[in-house]
Design a binder for this molecule. Structure first.
Ligand code: 5GP
Ligand code: ZN
Length: 195
């Protein structure tokens, strides 16, 4: 059975909702109608920021897609700025979604963690305790996920230019790139001769 979140962390008793409402101290670095970003009170490194929705959603599963998309856009906007200000070489984006995944504050948030070599932090991937499954197991899992995705009634139509193919054909989703336009005055290429 999956671990359940502690009942004390509901909307009415949420530290991040308090920050949104201005009833607790916070160092805010970005705000709009949907999202906020502020400094983590216990940063991994200087410049550790949390991006959150203004409204209270607990985990990834609760986030409406449009809100999730907006949070990701805010995140990608902040990344180069934080890296520059913090003098960091790189960045980890982390979402702990649900108690089993290590979430402690049950108001959805994205960690933006600036990284420099030798800073002592680690996200140990590949997981040292993992054994490499054989290709059949990987393929079987890929097919199951792909099939479930195609049967999902809530799925959206792929964006234009994105072609989703059957994973059973052992191909990943591919992005089709438009062919470059022919230069003005250039002769059109003759189609290949049939043999
Ligand atoms: P989680 O473990 O849920 O992914 O991360 C929660 C994060 O929220 C932690 O990194 C923690 O330092 C941060 N945090 C917890 N309480 C507060 C708070 O009152 N203010 C701020 N700014 N950050 C907090
Ligand atoms: Zn909240």
């Amino acid at each position: 059975m999956p671990a359940r979140k502690p009942p004390s962390q509901s909307k009415s008793n949420c530290i991040f909702c308090d920050l949104v409402q201005g009833s607790a101290e916070v160092s805010m670095c970005y705000e709009d109608d949907v999202a906020l970003a502020f400094m983590d009170i216990q940063p991994v490194n200087p410049g550790h920021v949390l991006v959150i929705p203004r409204d209270h959603y607990e985990t990834l599963q609760d986030i409406p897609r449009a809100v999730g998309w907006h949070l990701f856009q805010v995140t990608t906007r902040l990344i180069p700025v934080i890296q520059k200000i913090a003098g960091a070489e790189d960045m980890n984006l982390i979402v702990n979604s649900g108690p089993a995944a290590g979430q402690n504050v049950f108001h959805y948030h994205i960690h933006l963690i600036p990284r420099t070599k030798g800073d002592g932090f680690d996200v140990p991937l590949p997981f040292p305790g993992s054994e490499m499954p054989n290709r059949h197991l990987l393929d079987a899992m890929a097919v199951r996920i792909g099939s479930a995705l195609r049967m999902d009634p809530t799925r959206e139509t792929p964006a234009s230019g994105v072609r989703v193919v059957n994973p059973a054909d052992r191909m990943a989703a591919t992005v089709t790139v438009a062919a470059p336009k022919a230069k003005a005055g250039a002769k059109p290429k003759a189609p290949p001769k049939k043999r």
